[in-house]
Write a protein that binds this ligand. Sequence first.
Ligand code: GDP
Length: 534
Amino acid sequence: MLDTPTNRPDLPPEIARRRTFAIISHPDAGKTTLTEKFLLFGGAIQMAGQVRAKGEARRTRSDFMQMEKDRGISVSASAMSFDYKTFRFNLVDTPGHSDFSEDTYRTLTAVDAAVMVIDGAKGVESQTRKLFEVCRLRDLPILTFCNKMDRESRDTFDIIDEIQENLAIDVTPASWPIGVGSDFIGCYDILRDRLELIDRKDRNRVAESIEINGLDDPKLADHVPAHLLDKLVEEVEMAKELLPTLDPQSVLEGHMTPIWFGSAINSFGVKELMDGIGAYGPEPQVQSAEPRKIAPEETKVSGFVFKVQANMDPKHRDRVAFVRMASGHFNRGMKLTHVRTKKPMTISAPVLFLASDRELAEEAWAGDIIGIPNHGQLRIGDTLTEGEALRVSGIPSFAPELLQSCRAGDPMKAKHLEKALMQFAEEGAAKVFKPTFGSGFIVGVVGALQFEVLGSRIELEYGLPVRFEASQFTSARWVKGDRQAVDKFVNANKQHIAEDHDGDVVYLTRLQWDIDRVDRDYPDIQLTATKEMM
Ligand code: GDP
């Protein structure tokens, strides 16, 4: 039996049934296919293939989107809601490309768990590893799905060992594959003591589920060929001896991951994984905030912006702020306080993302993700409450690793360029610095591809051709300290000083040596590589 752990026993049922999670994986491991099957079993789409088909229709809309498609990356994160059994799943999509790590990081601040998909033939790949490290920073519970078992895959113990060693996390098998590649016939469900077999005639159907009574049940021989059965019994016995048994508390704390084996393309193993998300998900967790934490069961509504996406609809220059509800029961039309500006905001047209359609959200509970269209008031890291001055913490902004200067093709358009750049800065797509000396802007990103994406978007969305050129600077650090110390520092280092889009002081340099010198010569000043968004 799956015993559902809970560290939040007092949650209202509507909140307790929510599971908000993301999928992390290396490109090509099968995230899209798995998502599609989730939606299929969640009743959100009628036919597999719809997500992709809709995605493609959407993508052909613009050259920029074309670029995403050509490169096989998804730049924008979206959220999808669907029901499965008694659960409401909120799946938050993470951008797949390594260049978008900052965006991904922030996306992962909005979920309570992650599903890690690995390719059974390839094991733990570079991008999986990076994303895993991000999850670890927050001790997110991780459920693992080992995909493509219908292909020649690695030895099961090898895969488990690799995860344990490479990611330093305990792995416990929730299921065990029977046969490999063309011999793969299904899995033994360790948690529920039953066989899940693929339909031999139609590999697209999930066939039978056979209750058994332990691995010495004679019934097994009716379903599993002798040579596979011997191997299965031997392996599962060995696994029980060598591998830890499932400890729900340890999963919840992010120290242990249960692993399911399957084949997303054949819909195989997907329901078991979904049951696992329901059982070990977990439910919406307490959110860190200042000056106090926010518990999901609080009756007052609160939420925070973890992503802003501009120009989702090129005809309307709207922006959608993606808000993770942290507490309470939200109803459409509610008036919430925008804590940063202390201004009230009536949320009259919030959207829910059902499969790939947007729909008006009449209500939302803690754990849900809603989109709030706005004209730029809502920024990443902003908190909305029913009046209390709470600020959700832990949504960082990283110092960019690559800097280039940006100029408008037409020098008369510098003002337009500033507007476009500021918008992208607010969206979190880039850092924009305005140097005290000289004209133009310095744009900072985490991955090189982002320059191209920005260039295409500025041209497409603002009709403004731009040039990116090498900058004399290679690093940016935020300057912290008391007012007097900062003023003194700024005056003595003018040629290195710029402001970011919030008006905060930034120190630009090309040498680590400079940063060390500041540390030495200005004990009252701190140069930091992150700042909390507020
Ligand atoms: P993503 O890049 O992680 O989103 O991966 P996709 O879902 O697009 O899958 C990458 C490729 O692997 C596609 O050609 C899929 O058809 C294929 N694929 C996905 N799941 C499976 C599976 O279970 N078995 C096999 N053989 N191929 C799969």
